[in-house]
Design a protein around this ligand. Structure first.
Ligand SMILES: *[C@@H]1O[C@H](CO)[C@@H](O)[C@H](O)[C@H]1NC(C)=O
Ligand SMILES: *[C@@H]1O[C@H](CO)[C@@H](O)[C@H](O)[C@H]1NC(C)=O
Ligand SMILES: *[C@@H]1O[C@H](CO)[C@@H](O)[C@H](O)[C@H]1NC(C)=O
Ligand SMILES: *[C@@H]1O[C@H](CO)[C@@H](O)[C@H](O)[C@H]1NC(C)=O
Length: 547
């Protein structure tokens, strides 16, 4: 468990105020979603060009985004990544752009962007140096924030290379202090920069520690890069596998996302030579289903008309930009199909199906699995074809390898109730909560009805019921769990916290222990207790949270 900040460490004066003051001066993130009410869309050079960026690339890209309709479709950010600066700061400590790469200067580029209807974003690092070896912001945070703002920049991606913990702090504590300090600086600005935090990406190898870092991320910034970088254009290996790695990490973070904060699974790479057409379209459809940032890293003037067309799909962009900002969560996973769902602001329901397998396959998804009412009529609109069909009890889907289907499901009269429904996943072990004769176990995910759970109620009063036995509810029974008649009430009341805890009204947490679903005292950094629930389950702060 991370100890709360105290002044017992020897800290530089610069950081002392941060350690003593609670972080209350908040003007951004989930506590005030106005700064970024929906996920950002735009362009970044990194995955396509890495350090080979310059003014012409940005001006040509901007002009192409205007003429090809991407700006009009919502892609209104131009973001510089690493390597834009010189190796030395100016005499007054300010960062300087490389004048060979940016002959008119970054303020000119910001002005150019604004005149064409874009925002300009920039990249820095919270450590001693950027990942590319340019000056880091450590010790210059206030100065750099002021510099960026004076240049006309309104978005900062802050990386986490070359961070060395001060004596007496763990790595996780060091990142928390630095990103917290940036949050304070940015929040105090008259026009706060949008803050993209790369901190979690430095912890993703240990999913327990990663979750503890994620716990403060939505309170400090508007979006976060949470895992590996997507494969760069010239990178070796499978671009699809790299997209799937980020996709899988993203599925573990459902509970953190809400208006004002977005999980960022990295750039769209529609001109990557290693991707099939189906994979490029899936990448876009999955990211839109997540309500993720849609930042294209490609050479936009050379994208094909088909690529521009799918990237401009109005229906999918509307899903991405839906003001409810729910992230689609897994309903089921069976080794071939991943099925995801979430709710939309107008009461519609999203159904997204990915064929992860290597050949074409068919499946059928029942209304019950989507948390919808049986005996009701719904309309399902296929967001790729625009075709609408009427559904009575299930949606039939037929998909090529690595293809993704997306449906927007609209309820008929009197069918508006939705129950958050889907997998209860241990995000550390990857095991699914599975209803059993004794109660519940944690098992490999197999998409059976015993692994699809309906979560009713809200706040500190939710009940959890398996589709295989909808009249039964998960309940505490000493140090184990059982399934009892929901009407019995006793022990069936739970709450889901941002820490991942599913806490019973008796105070204990559902815990994966030796494959069993058991109950134990709630602890942070307890790998058996970090659970992901269906999208739309109300998340409470949780007593153990280490903000
Ligand atoms: C700018 O960068 C692009 C992409 O790396 C490159 O193709 C182009 O030659 C560069 N232009 C200049 C003027 O350096
Ligand atoms: C600017 O970038 C060019 C091209 O990468 C490089 O050769 C040059 O050394 C850089 N200039 C400075 C001052 O860093
Ligand atoms: C990082 O920067 C700090 C502050 O300038 C300095 O004290 C420290 O020695 C540097 N650490 C490394 C490993 O370069
Ligand atoms: C992950 O990190 C936690 C907390 O720092 C630690 O207790 C645990 O041993 C680590 N797990 C692995 C597999 O390294």
């Amino acid at each position: 468990m991370i100890p709360p900040p105290t002044t017992r460490w020897a800290v530089p004066a610069r950081m002392a105020s941060l350690l003593m003051l609670p972080l209350l001066s908040v003007h951004a993130s989930v506590e005030d979603p106005k700064l970024l009410p929906t996920p950002p869309m735009g362009f970044n050079n990194w995955a396509r060009f890495e350090c080979d960026l310059n003014e012409t690339l940005f001006t040509d890209t901007a002009q192409s985004m205007v003429s090809r309709g991407l700006l009009a479709a919502g892609y209104n950010r131009l973001n510089l990544d690493d390597c834009w600066m010189t190796h030395e700061r100016a005499a007054d400590g300010a960062l300087q752009w490389n004048a060979t790469l940016f002959p008119h200067g970054i303020p000119w580029l910001a002005d150019f962007a604004h005149k064409h209807g874009f925002h300009l974003g920039i990249y820095e690092d919270s450590g001693n140096a950027t990942c590319g070896g340019y000056p880091g912001s450590y010790g210059y945070e206030q100065k750099d924030a002021e510099t960026f703002s004076s240049w006309g920049i309104d978005y900062l991606k802050l990386d986490g290379c070359n961070v060395y913990p001060e004596k007496g702090r763990s790595m996780a504590e060091e990142y928390k202090l630095r990103y917290g300090q940036w949050h304070q600086i940015l929040s105090a600005m008259e026009d706060p920069l949008i803050f993209s935090e790369s901190a979690p990406a430095y912890f993703s190898e240990n999913k327990t520690e990663w979750a503890s870092v994620m716990d403060w991320i939505p309170y400090y910034g508007e979006l976060a890069r949470h895992s590996d970088d997507v494969l760069v254009y010239v990178g070796e290996g499978s671009a699809w596998d790299s997209i799937m790695v980020n996709y899988h990490y993203q599925t573990l973070l459902v509970r953190y996302q809400q208006p004002g904060y977005y999980n960022d699974p990295d750039f769209l790479i529609p001109d990557h030579p290693g991707l099939t057409d189906a994979e490029k379209r899936s990448h876009f459809a999955l990211w839109a289903s997540f309500g993720a940032p849609l930042i294209i890293s490609a050479y936009i003037p050379d994208l094909s008309d088909e690529e521009i067309q799918f990237l401009s799909n109005k229906d999918l962009i509307a899903i991405d930009q839906d003001p409810l900002a729910q992230q689609a969560a897994l309903v089921s996973r069976d080794g071939t199909f991943d099925v995801l769902t979430r709710s939309l602001a107008n009461g519609d329901r999203l159904l997204t199906v990915l064929n992860t397998g290597s050949s074409s396959a068919k499946t059928s998804i029942s209304l019950a699995r989507l948390g919808l009412q049986s005996k009701c009529q719904y309309k399902a609109r296929d967001l790729w074809t625009g075709k609408t069909s009427t559904i009575h009890d299930s949606v039939d889907v037929s998909l090529d390898s690595h293809a993704t289907a997306v449906y927007r499901i609209t309820p008929g009269r009197g069918c508006t109730s939705v129950t958050p429904t889907g997998m209860v996943l241990n995000t550390v072990s990857g095991h699914c909560l599975t209803a059993s004769s004794s109660g519940a176990v944690f098992d490999a995910c197999n998409a059976a009805d015993t692994q699809v759970w309906s979560v009713s109620g809200s706040g500190t009063k939710v009940t959890v019921s398996p589709l295989s036995n909808p009249a039964k509810c998960l309940a505490a029974k000493g140090s184990s769990v059982e399934l009892v008649d929901c009407k019995r009430g006793d022990g069936t009341v739970w709450s889901h916290a941002i820490t991942g805890h599913l806490q019973n009204a008796n105070g204990d947490c559902l815990t994966e222990s030796g494959g069993q679903g058991s109950l134990a005292g709630c602890e942070l950094l307890q790998s058996g207790q970090i659970l992901s629930l269906p999208s739309g389950v109300h998340v409470v702060e949780g007593s153990g949270r280490s903000r």
